[in-house]
Design a protein around this ligand. Structure first.
Ligand code: FE
Ligand code: FE
Length: 170
């Protein structure tokens, strides 16, 4: 692996990692939508799939500005997070329990993205790459909104999961 010798190269490296992470997510979100039972959760995953395509598009705009290629990195963190997401999709217990597990997996993904976009945006700001910083902030805002929606949805789903568990015990 070549050494990274400048903050600009580090930004490119982070953006490649994110580009790979978002593309992995594009493949996983339809499976998560399919596995979800709660209608709002299902819709949420489908809507986030559309947003995620825009996230890839914004990253590609960043690469264009930098005159760099998007490919070349595998995001191992997202691989791991999606193994756990996959585990949630195949959970065989009550529907609401599976939904609660799916929300937990999805929020882990969002928090990872929020951390990564925040890091990349800060690099872009330091480098005076204002257009890139703005593009990254737009995505960062959407990831934050998605996380908040999941938290709100969890309030209902967790109650349902709790009720479902109690019924099974009887
Ligand atoms: Fe995203
Ligand atoms: Fe996301």
């Amino acid at each position: 692996m070549a050494a990274i010798n400048s903050l600009r190269e580090l930004l490119v490296d982070e953006l490649r990692d994110l580009h790979n992470a978002e593309n992995q997510l594009i493949k996983a979100l339809p499976k998560m939508a399919k596995a979800a039972s709660h209608e709002e959760l299902k819709e949420g995953f489908t809507e986030h799939l559309e947003q995620t395509r825009e996230h890839v598009d914004r990253l590609e705009q960043c690469f264009k500005i930098l005159g760099e290629k998007a490919k070349g990195k595998t995001c191992h963190a997202m691989e791991g997070l999606l193994v756990e997401g996959q585990e949630a999709t195949t959970e065989e217990g009550p529907d609401a329990i599976r939904d609660a597990k799916l929300i937990g997996a999805a929020q882990r993904v969002e928090h990872y993205e929020i951390a990564a976009y925040g890091t990349a945006r800060a690099f872009a700001e330091t480098l005076g790459e204002d257009k890139i910083a703005k593009l990254l902030q737009e995505t960062l805002d959407e990831e934050g909104e998605t996380d908040k929606r999941l938290t709100a949805l969890a309030e209902t789903v967790n109650e349902e999961a709790n009720a479902a568990g109690q019924t099974e015990k009887e």
